[in-house]
Structure formats: C-alpha cells, structure tokens
Design a protein around this ligand. Structure first.
Ligand code: MG
Ligand code: MG
Length: 629
C-alpha cells in the first residue's frame, strides 16, 4: 500500500511540508499549485527537493475549468494545459488532476466533455503525461463520479483516467457500489478525506472541515472497500482542507495522516480478503477489559497529603515497591499508584508538570499484541531501565507525553502487584466507601489535539467515538468527545480547550501540558458512598442550591429525593436508558479532581450538569490569570 498526501493538507512552506511528510513515512506527495507558486525555487529544483526527501510526486493539481468550454475560451484552456504540462515535466510528475468545471461559461454534454478529454489525452500522450478527471461535488454540470466515469469511458484514451475522492462521493451520498465496476487501470489515483457531519454548503464544508479518515463521520471505509473490490493497487492520497490543520504542527498532522491511512488499510485488509492493497499484517484492535491502574507522580513532600486523600476516598495502602519509592492503594479492582521515584520517567514528568496522573495501565487480552499494533500505527514505544526483579511492561507515549501501559492476565504482567510490591498493612482507620471500579478517565488537551487523540485511541483500541458535545464553561467552550467500548470497560473522555481561561484551559496552561484531569470512580449506591465519604472526613464539592430547584422542576422529582441529592451535593441526570448520579471532589493543585458516579443504564457523562460542576469547581481554584506562586 503506497501512501501520499497533498501539500495543502498541512502548514508550513513547501520545504517544511515535504520534510514533515517524508518524516511521517509517506511515499508520495501531491503538489498543490499554490504551494509551488509561493515557493522561490524553480520547478526542477522542487522536483529535486521532493526526490531528496525520498518522495515521489503523485500528481500536480488543480487544473480547473477545462471541459465543455465554448470558443474562444476552449482554445485558451488548451494553451493553459500545455503550460502546466511544461511545468509538470520539469517538476518530474506525469499526472495532473483536472477537476470538473465550475465556470458559468461551461457547456454541458457528456460527449462534448469526452471529446475535449480525448484531445487533451492526445496532447498529454505526446509528452508521456496522464490526466485524471475528478467530479467536484459542486461542479457545474458534473458533480457525480458516475458521470465523470462516463466521460472518461467515452473519451476512451489511455492517457485519460478517473480520480475518485471520497469526500466528493460521500458528501453527496452517492452509492459507493457504483465504483466496483470501474476497471482498476482507469482509476489513476484515490484521494481520501473524511469530515464531520455538518449540514452546510458543500464547497464550504469541503474547504474548511475535511479531516483524516476515521476522524470524521463519513463512511470512508465503505468507499475504500468498493475501491479495493476493483483490484486497485495504486496510491491512497490524503487531500485534507482543514483550517485547524493549516494552523497546526506540520509534523503532528502528517503523523496523524499516515496513521489514518494505515488504520484504513488494515480495516480494508480485514474486510476485502483479495485486496491488492498490501499492508503488513498487524494484530487486531486491542479489546480493553478495564483500567488496571492510574499512576500519580508526586514529590516526596506530597506523598502523605495525597495518601490521606486516597484513604478518605476509601482506598487502602496495600503495597510498596520492592526497589522504588512507589506505593499502591487499592479499593476493589481499582489500583492507584503513587510514584515519588526521582530517577525514572515519573521524576522527569514531575519536574515538567508537577503532581499529576501521568500514566495509566489498561487490561487487554494480549499486551504484546497491543504494543505491536500501536507501533505499526506509528505510536512511540516507551521503555525505561528496569531494576532486578522488575517486569517489562509494554507501553507507549500517550496524551501530553504521558504513558499508556498494556497489561494482560496471561503473562506475569497479571501478577505485577505480587511480583514487584511487598504487601503493606494499612493501619489508618478510614473505611471503604463502596467504589467498584473506574467509570471513566478524563483527559484534557488543547482543542487542536482532540482529533489526534481520538484517532490514536480508536485506531489502537477496540473502541468507538461518540458525537462531540460542547461543554459551556463561563470562560468559553470546551469540546468534549468520548472514546468508549461496547461493554463499558473503557471510557475515556477527551476535552479540548479552546482557550486558557476555561477550567480545562487553565489546567493545561498551569500543568504545562495535556493530561488526565479527572478520574471518575463507579459506585452501586451513591448515597451510601456519600455517607461513608463524609464519615471519612472527605469534602465533596458544594453545588449551588439553585441547581436543585431547577432539577426538581426539570425532571419532576420527588421533593424528598431532591433534598437527599442536595444534602450530599449529588448531581442528577437521566436519559432514555436510565439514571445517573455524580458527586465531585474539589480541585487539587491546578485543577485535578475526582468524581464518583452511579449509572443505572444511563449512557452519557452528565454533560447537562457540567456547567454547574464547572462553576462550583472554579470557586475552589485560585483566581485565573494570576502568576504562579
Ligand atoms: Mg480531490
Ligand atoms: Mg466526568
């Protein structure tokens, strides 16, 4: 499988773009005319720079408003084409993309267009060049790949072929099965893009909101399966117009792009057994059975305060690492690791971010297989030196430079606590509070990183993303999207902060990076848990009384029930599947907090309550914008 990306998809000047594209592992690049025009080097030198990066120019584009022109415009378009052919030959590419005519001067007629393409094919053939025709979704006469294919078919010229672009086909909901009968040698290249489902003008949608396959909502896999059925074995080329990507890091966007194609290729390989798109096999997406642990990095001086907080939440100190300054606290299946080791990555992470939940371990069926898949998808492996007696735990770098570990029960990883830790008798007299597991882990990041991590998690883990929800913070909007699996054994909420004044934005700014901002534990009885918490002296986040007046009216709640919620600062929500109860801790440090939830069938995350929770949390935070103490 050969991968390519259009220069328009990422930011930077042409040199920066080519560098990022090559580094991400692409084989080819589409040169956008404007990227070339804005660059100071000659076409020949551009061709050389591309070669020096080990890349191939897959095509030159766009050539606009060609077919169906009346004279004298028609002659001029052919003159224009000859000039582009000169340029292409100097640059060293043999394929040009002609997109369907949008000019009001264009005349319709399949045969007229076919005749124009035949003549262009004759001219291209003299120079050994090829022309690919693409139906723009907003073309004046041609806006459907089936019509474009009919024109190419009637032109009947070996140097004229079709270019299929998933966005143009899928945005118009054209049946992808119509692709299956197109001869593969007439498909000159496949362009791929996804997009979020937004009801808007096609041109505007395409120019600003395209994203990588798997990041949006279009059925790009169905499109690709139809392409694979033709036997197509050429380039898969990303053509992404996205305002955010154009303002983002070229390296990060290029890595996302390459990951999206490899993930798509893997899905096609599993769906179409005789596909010609060869891709090295990789293990399937890892099924997550649960969160094995969450690890905090702390300073020696902070250990006792954090330990007491965990004890008040009902955790017992159950183990001490045999060689490192690392403790484990447990309640039922929840393991929280407190790492004050100065030597390793935890220490480095502390130096950079301060006290934070910087690592998480996931139970999977096969930890080595999960690692192999992650690496095949371009994730960065994490390793650090081991003390004698320590087990090597497969791990990758995740959100905010944190660590994502994989554990399984079939290897010694399943006995990590017995192998690496000595048991401890916790003499503190705090009581368990009935927490049964981790309900969800909330990670906060800059908004522009949100798609990166959605793709990261859904490509590696067997999980899907839910629609985006806007969380209204008094200081701005935070966009939230969830990665979860069917059984509910994996739930990661990703919150993208657009500015630093929101609670989420403040967290990122003050902790110098993205990371886990809150941990939500599950209970079967939130009232019993709340009572036990208060016996332990645990302070819950105070919620405004006004919230409860509104809640009672909104859901028609029994006043006694509302009083009980209010007495324990419990937030309430309901959907068609059931009820949801939430309570929160105050924020610690720069905005980290705990949440406890009870779900009775409810599928969401209490988005309707977020505004009240944020308002309450903000009261506990030192004033935003003041310099750090
Ligand atoms: Mg295109
Ligand atoms: Mg939550």
């Amino acid at each position: 499988m050969k991968t390519s990306i259009a220069t328009v998809s990422i930011s930077g000047d042409l040199k920066e773009k080519l560098h990022a594209i090559a580094k991400a592992g692409f084989d080819g690049v589409e040169i956008f005319e404007n990227d070339f025009l804005a660059f100071d080097e000659s076409p020949r030198q551009v061709g050389q720079i591309v070669k020096d990066h080990g890349l191939e120019i897959t095509l030159f584009q766009p050539f606009r408003d060609f077919e169906g022109m009346p004279e004298p415009l028609r002659s001029r378009t052919f003159d224009r084409a000859e000039r582009k052919f000169d340029l292409m030959q100097e640059m060293g590419t043999d394929l040009v993309l002609v997109c369907s005519n949008v000019s009001s001067a264009a005349l319709g007629g399949i045969d007229r267009a076919a005749a124009d393409f035949f003549e262009l094919g004759e001219r291209a053939a003299k120079r050994g060049l090829r022309v690919g025709y693409e139906a723009l979704a907003w073309g004046r006469h041609i806006h459907d790949h089936r019509d474009a294919w009919e024109i190419v078919r009637r032109a009947d010229h070996p140097n004229i072929g079709l270019i299929l672009d998933s966005f143009h086909t899928l945005s118009r909901k054209i049946d992808v099965n119509s692709i299956r009968s197109i001869p593969k040698e007439k498909i000159f290249i496949i362009q791929l893009a996804d997009a979020p489902l937004i009801d808007m003008d096609l041109l505007y949608w395409s120019r600003h909101f395209r994203n990588m396959p798997g990041e949006g909502d279009l059925p790009v896999l169905d499109f690709m399966n139809a392409v694979a059925a033709t036997g197509y074995d050429g380039y898969l080329s990303l053509e992404i117009f996205n305002d955010q990507f154009r303002g983002g890091s070229p390296a990060a966007i290029a890595v996302d792009g390459r990951r999206s194609l490899v993930y798509l290729g893997d899905q096609v390989r599993r769906a179409v057994s005789d596909s010609n798109l060869t891709l090295a096999p990789m293990p399937p997406r890892a099924e997550v059975e649960g969160v094995a642990f969450v690890e905090f990095t702390v300073d020696e001086a902070e250990i006792s305060a954090l330990s007491d907080r965990l004890r008040a939440l009902g955790f017992r100190h159950v183990g001490r690492h045999k060689t490192k300054r690392v403790d484990v606290f447990r309640q039922r299946g929840i393991n929280l690791v407190v790492n004050a080791d100065q030597g390793g990555f935890a220490g480095a992470s502390y130096a950079l971010h301060g006290q934070s939940a910087y690592a998480m371990g996931l139970w999977v069926g096969d930890a080595q297989a999960a690692l192999a898949r992650a690496e095949a998808l371009g994730a960065e492996r994490f390793e650090q030196s081991l003390d004698p007696g320590e087990i090597e735990m497969p791990a990758i770098r995740g959100v905010g430079g944190g660590i994502l570990y994989f554990l399984d029960r079939k290897s010694s990883l399943g006995r990590i606590w017995e192998i690496e830790f000595d048991p401890v008798e916790d003499s503190a007299d705090w009581q368990p509070v009935g927490l049964t597991g981790v309900d969800h882990v909330a990670q906060t990041m800059k908004y522009e990183e949100l798609l990166t991590w959605l793709l990261f998690y859904t490509a590696i883990l067997d999980a899907h993303k839910t629609p985006m929800v806007d969380i209204i913070d008094p200081a701005g909007v935070v966009r939230s999207q969830v990665v979860e699996n069917g059984p509910g054994t994996l739930r990661i909420t990703l919150n993208g902060a657009e500015n630093r004044n929101t609670l989420a934005g403040h967290f990122i700014a003050e902790t110098f990076g993205s990371g886990i901002q809150h941990l939500a534990f599950a209970t079967d009885d939130i009232f019993a848990t709340a009572t036990a918490l208060s016996a332990n002296g645990f302070t819950t986040l105070a919620i405004s009384p006004n919230y409860y007046d509104d809640l009672e009216a909104r859901f028609g709640l029994d006043p006694d029930f509302t009083e009980r919620l209010k007495a324990h600062n419990i937030l309430y929500d309901r959907d068609e599947h059931g009820e949801y109860f939430q309570l929160y801790s105050p924020t610690y440090g720069e905005g980290f907090f705990f949440e406890i939830v009870q779900r009775s069938g409810y599928r969401g995350y209490g988005a309707a309550n977020a505004i009240f929770r944020i308002a309450a949390l903000r009261r506990h935070l030192r004033p935003i914008g003041l310099p750090k103490r």
